[in-house]
Design a binder for this molecule. Sequence first.
Ligand code: RIB
Ligand code: CA
Length: 340
Amino acid sequence: MVDVDTGIDDSLALLFLLASPDAEIVGIASTAGNVAAPVVAANNLAWLDVCRAGPIEVALGSLTPLVVPLVTTEDTHGPRGIGYAELPPSDRALSARSASDLWVDVARRHPGEVTGLVTGPLTNLALALKAEPQLPQLLRRLVVMGGAFHYAGNTTPTAEWNISVDPEAAKVVFDAFSAAALPPIICSLDLTETIEMKPDHVARLAQTAGSVPVEEISADHSEATRSTATNPIVRHFSDAVRFYMNFHRDHGQGFLAHMHDPFAAAVALDPSIVTTRPVTVDVELTGTLTRGMTVADLTGMWGRPPNAEIATQTDPEAFFDLLIERIGSWARTLYPPVAS
Ligand code: RIB
Ligand code: CA
């Protein structure tokens, strides 16, 4: 079960999962965050078309966070949340159920079997918990991309985006999952900002897909530059990530793109790619300067048992090797190169 605020890196998380033979997406929750929930849902449906995916239920989430008004970030992910990519609108129907109802039904139908992956705000998972308090026991495991521990935020000086959009929801989730058999794995900025996609990674993925010409993304290209890749998955992904690389460059982080969400997806499929440490985590809700901050009690000062595992170490290049091979070879199979 995947809960996304698609989103450029959410898009790559979906591609990675669709390309993974060991993954079956049993449902997609469309959560308001990077862009509004209906746009997230439209992006999810459109990617399923491009990826020639079978019928996967895509549900619309709450239009707003639990308490505060929605804040979106089109400057980071583009006017429609997928950078410069322009995906053909899908004719697929949205689920008649809400995202929170989908969470509850999937967990009840497959007790102990489903891994939940959240790469957006935790709004709809929190709503699902209110409807089904047993959710932590019904899910096999939860993996969350979010938070920042003893590390600068990317939305406020102390808060990471997914938590910052809906801190109340994050607190509901972290509190509730203290009762889970397997603690949630949190992929926070302190680790995901080491997952730096560079133009060479995109070029290698395109080459693996058999796409031509050589896929080149350069800081010197004009913003009007668009991919001419023969492989549609490469073409649309390249146009999406170009926007993200321009954003990171314009914010002094280098011409690269932090691939937070596909990394969390890879952890959901294989937790062995990270080292983790058990920690008690909570969320600041009332701090004047620190609202939305995720706080980790590393030494048990609160006297509360650990409620999460924070991913602390990984091998970024090993991750990119996996991502490139898996998505590239899958894209090649879906859209075989035309003999020239
Ligand atoms: O802070 C990074 C996270 O916020 C990523 O999931 C990105 O897609 C945005 O949702
Ligand atoms: Ca996201």
